[in-house]
Design a protein around this ligand. Structure first.
Ligand SMILES: Nc1ncnc2c1ncn2[C@@H]1O[C@H](COP(=O)(O)OP(=O)(O)OP(=O)(O)O)[C@@H](O)[C@H]1O
Ligand SMILES: [Mg+2]
Length: 490
């Protein structure tokens, strides 16, 4: 079963655009994310490098000033360096946390709280840490100012470290640049996705939707019966090839339709001719019937005039037989070409079979043919025209007896279910070949030298008039089997 899609996704175009947007967003989003992450890392790294470089520069500036004995300039150096807009403050502390020099002079002399001091004391040289002050990201670095030989003149009393350089730098600008970069990356992703989707949609409409719509219009025309229409095969792509196979299909359809029309025309002409011939045959049969009755009467009188031992009596009997045969043929012809109206009444099917057997049985017995009855014990009455049904049973049973010739068995089985009743007539004759199974119902088809081939044609007409059916074939164990089925409710 085809999957149910939401209505909006049932259009190929919409599905294509949605897929394009999703794909573009995922691909460009991933590459944007990767590039933003890399850039962010680089920018943070560059900021940290700058903090360290500033600390180094301040350190060497201080050392230079000290060496030249201009220790008072240290304060000026700090103030000067702090002019960089990113620098928050630079301070030199002693090991107890007292501010010795600071870029903000008001801080000189202040003592750092213990927490802050212990944090600074454990922080390794030139390692950048980040914290927030009033929502602003601050990057901090410390550098211990070593007591070098050139310092000893003034700092002979102090130990290895003569002060701690502490530098705070704001990372706000870097953060703003990162946010700006992220925002523009998001816009790039969205814009690219929209441009790709729009471009894709336009391409889709131009390359696929329009030719497909044109092809669908042609299909609708063919569906409407116009087989003269053809699709444009001009394109060399898959749609062009689709149009070519569509055209080939319509060509074949057109050829088939013409063939069917020719066939029907011939059938119609033939049917008209046959109907005319049938009418002619029926009226001739009617015309012949009366004179034939007269000939039979005359023949009987002539035969009565002959002495009982006269050898010409045999000739007269033969004439009689031939007249009877002619009469039967005429009756069949009339029955076939002008079938009487069917009058259905609930009747006993077994009774109809017995009537027919009463007529046929004597001749059959003299030829050594036995009849086995396997009647259903629950056979209901069925709506049928008793006279016509006897005609049916007569024709089928007669065929069975004739097929056996001498010595054999005819088995009559009846069965009923809730829909229909069936009479199954099986004989031990040669059976009916597969290729003859359909032809035997055609009027005038016969394999018997004395047959007219109307027996089963009449049977089928009567079965159709009853809303029933007849099937004939060879039974698995050999011999013919004819099944007559009648609906229980006509
Ligand atoms: N029980 C059967 N066994 C074998 N062949 C059969 C049997 N019943 C019918 N057929 C074949 O079907 C043909 C047509 O049968 P159908 O009764 O229509 O005509 P027919 O018997 O030849 O002539 P008639 O008009 O005298 O009945 C027969 O000639 C025969 O070949
Ligand atoms: Mg027959």
């Amino acid at each position: 079963m085809p999957r149910r899609l939401p209505v909006v996704l049932s259009s190929l175009k919409v599905r294509f655009i949605v897929a394009m947007i999703l794909l573009a967003t995922v691909v460009i989003g991933l590459s944007g994310w990767w590039s933003v992450t890399t850039h962010r890392g680089h920018m943070l790294q560059a900021t940290q490098d700058k903090v360290r470089a500033m600390a180094e520069a301040v350190d060497s500036g201080i050392r230079e000033a000290m060496r030249a004995g201009r220790s008072r300039e240290v304060q000026d150096i700090l103030v000067h360096m702090a002019q960089d807009p990113d620098i928050e403050q630079i301070a030199i502390l002693d090991s107890r946390g007292r501010v010795l020099r600071a870029s903000r002079p008001e801080l000189v002399g202040q003592v750092l709280d213990r927490d802050h001091l212990s944090q600074l004391l454990v922080q390794p040289d030139l390692t950048v840490t980040q914290h927030y002050e009033g929502g602003e990201p601050i990057q901090s670095v410390v550098k211990r100012i070593q007591n070098r030989p050139e310092c000893l003149a003034c700092h002979s009393q102090e130990g290895q470290t003569i002060g701690i350089l502490h530098l705070d730098m704001s990372a706000r600008r870097t953060q703003e640049q990162i946010v700006e970069m992220e925002r523009s990356a998001v816009w790039t992703v969205l814009l690219t996705a929209v441009v790709l989707a729009t471009g894709g949609a336009l391409l889709m409409i131009r390359l696929v939707e329009r030719p497909v719509a044109a092809l669908m219009r042609k299909m609708a025309q063919v569906e409407g019966g116009n087989l003269a229409t053809r699709a444009d095969e001009g394109r060399g792509d898959e749609l062009g090839r689709l149009a070519a196979s569509f055209n080939a299909m319509v060509d074949r359809l057109q050829a088939a339709r013409e063939e069917i029309e020719t066939y029907h025309r011939h059938r119609l002409e033939r049917a008209e001719r046959l109907a005319t011939l049938g009418e002619l045959a029926a009226s001739m049969a009617h015309e012949i019937k009366n004179p034939l009755a007269g000939i039979r009467g005359a023949c009987e009188i002539m035969s009565d005039l002959l002495p009982s031992d006269d050898p010409r009596r045999e000739l007269s009997t033969e004439v009689h037989r031939q007249i009877d045969r002619l009469d039967r043929t005429l009756r069949d012809l009339l029955l076939f070409s002008r079938p009487p109206a069917t009058r259905l009444e609930p009747s006993d099917l077994h009774g109809a079979i017995e009537h027919v057997l009463a007529v046929l049985l004597r001749d059959a017995q003299t030829r050594g043919v036995a009849v086995v009855r396997r009647y259903s014990g629950t056979m209901p009455e069925v709506p049928l025209d008793a006279q016509q049904m006897e005609q049916v049973l007569f024709n089928v049973l007669l065929n069975a007896f004739q097929a056996i010739g001498f010595a054999g068995t005819v088995t009559i089985t009846t069965e009923a279910d809730e829909r229909e009743v069936r009479v199954r007539i099986r004989d031990t004759g040669p059976g009916i070949s597969k290729e003859n199974a359909d032809r035997i119902f055609k009027p005038f088809f016969t394999t018997r030298s004395k047959g007219t081939g109307l027996g089963l044609a009449i049977v089928r007409n009567i079965m159709n008039a009853h809303g029933g059916r007849i099937v004939a074939g060879t039974a698995p164990e050999g011999g013919a089997e004819v099944v007559l089925a009648l609906p229980r409710n006509a």
